[in-house]
Design a binder for this molecule. Sequence first.
Ligand code: C2E
Ligand code: MG
Ligand code: MG
Ligand code: MG
Length: 270
Amino acid sequence: QAKAAGRNTIRFFDLHMQTVINARVALEADLRRSLQTHGFALHYQRQTDSSGYTMGAEALLRWQRPGSQPVSPSVFIPLAEETGLIVQLGEWVLEAACRQLVAWASRPETAHLTMAINVSARQFRQPAFVDLVLRVIERTGADPRRIKLELTESLLVANVENTIDTMHALKEKGIGFALDDFGTGYSSLAYLKRLPLDQLKIDQSFVRDVLTDPNDAAIARTILGLGRTLGLDVIAEGVETADQRNFLAMHGCSAFQGYLFGRPVAAEQF
Ligand code: C2E
Ligand code: MG
Ligand code: MG
Ligand code: MG
């Protein structure tokens, strides 16, 4: 009896696993296909100073999966990382964002804008990453001083020396760096000091309850203090209310991003 039940349990588990695996395989196949059929787009979200003036934008990837609802990048980016597709996808993002930057540069009212571009760990660790970025810049004519690459703390877990070398090589050309989702990973303060960073991004998980959760408020203030000490800009992401903005501004935050200022939108709308 027990044995039979056990066998059934296993069979059910196998079936469930098979469903999960099939779904992943289908998702991966669709990702691959969309790379060939121009199935991706970039949306742009404003980054403002404390007066609400737009200083730049973050490029955020959008995927209209054929025959489905739009799929969130937090679902397909990890899969693209695991399968290595991120290398091709990341190159497409870089190129599309640079082309948009060039379009902005050609009009006086948008010529000052900077472009923040997300780079995943696997993409950044490609031996040819520096060459790739420089090639895209050359091909598109984008001004490297207006490009900011957003990295995450996962890059600091291993191979810090390589990370620093790669950053320096790009920094030499004028490219800036922001540390995304700051506070959620495993940055050691010792490494933080050695990285040629320009900006820390306070993760939205701390901004969300900054007015009601004393721990989140303390973390946000600590990051702002750290920015001052290390001479880095600090931008808060996920700012949705004026009260959150005011609290952060009161503690020295000078750059903001979030629905309060604008949602990610297509270039024409931006
Ligand atoms: P992220 O880089 O931290 O981007 C911020 C995310 O917060 C975006 O989600 C944005 O739409 C969302 N957001 C902005 N303001 C608010 C707000 O006020 N409230 C709330 N609740 N959310 C807000 P999105 O576009 O879904 O992207 C999720 C993540 O996917 C990004 O987090 C980034 O890690 C990754 N990602 C997006 N585009 C790319 C890309 O081109 N390359 C790579 N490697 N990763 C990307
Ligand atoms: Mg980002
Ligand atoms: Mg973030
Ligand atoms: Mg995030």
